[in-house]
Write a protein that binds this ligand. Structure first.
Ligand SMILES: [Zn+2]
Ligand SMILES: [Zn+2]
Length: 190
């Protein structure tokens, strides 16, 4: 029973095709909340990525009010542009998520589960690696290597099939990009 429970993904995804980075998934949720909660959060400045996200995702009325305010601000402030506050919140949230993850590794069953099932993109694996004890570093490396090797095999197969003019499953390209740089549409200051 215990092992059944441990084998289940925290997001309830399960299949090996869906091994999204757990930190990226949490950040995407957080980013969406920031955009949905614009009125309450009142950022004064946004980067281009977050401005476009607001223009695309927020409810139209709130987005219009918000963009009006930003336009007013942008015209007033002729000196150095302000930093994007949403990027700053994202960086703080990422930090918090990485700490949470590092704490989870200290619980009895999680390291084992993570090595077998957990996904992390390479940038988040690197960041996590830097903040855990030596005893967990091997687990992170193993988990990332497993995912990397599987993707490499799929990319090699895709490349061969595509060059041979065969029908291909190009979804692997997106998964490889995600593994390499994190989820699409996530913006935050490095
Ligand atoms: Zn990630
Ligand atoms: Zn931003």
């Amino acid at each position: 029973m215990g092992s059944d429970k441990a084998a289940r993904s925290p997001q309830g995804s399960g299949g090996n095709q869906e091994e999204a980075c757990l930190i990226c998934v949490a950040l995407r949720k957080f980013q969406l909340e920031c955009v949905e909660d614009l009125g309450a959060r009142m950022p004064q400045s946004l980067c281009s990525g977050h401005t476009w996200l607001v223009a695309k995702s927020a409810d139209a009325g709130a987005a219009a009010d918000f963009l009006l305010r930003l336009i007013g601000h942008a015209l007033k402030e002729e000196s150095a542009p302000l930093r994007c506050e949403m990027c700053l919140w994202m960086a703080q949230e990422e930090n918090r998520e990485l700490d949470e993850f590092a704490k989870k590794l200290l619980t009895p069953t999680y390291p084992e589960w993570f090595r077998e099932h957990g996904g992390l993109c390479i940038p988040h694996a690197r960041k996590l690696f830097d903040r855990v004890g030596r005893e967990f570093r091997e687990i992170i490396v193993l988990a990332v290597q497993r995912e990397t090797m599987a993707l490499k095999d799929e990319l090699v197969a895709l490349s061969r099939s595509a060059k041979a003019g065969m029908q291909t499953h190009a979804g692997v390209l997106g998964r490889a990009a995600e593994h390499l740089v994190g989820k699409r549409g996530l913006f935050f200051r490095n």
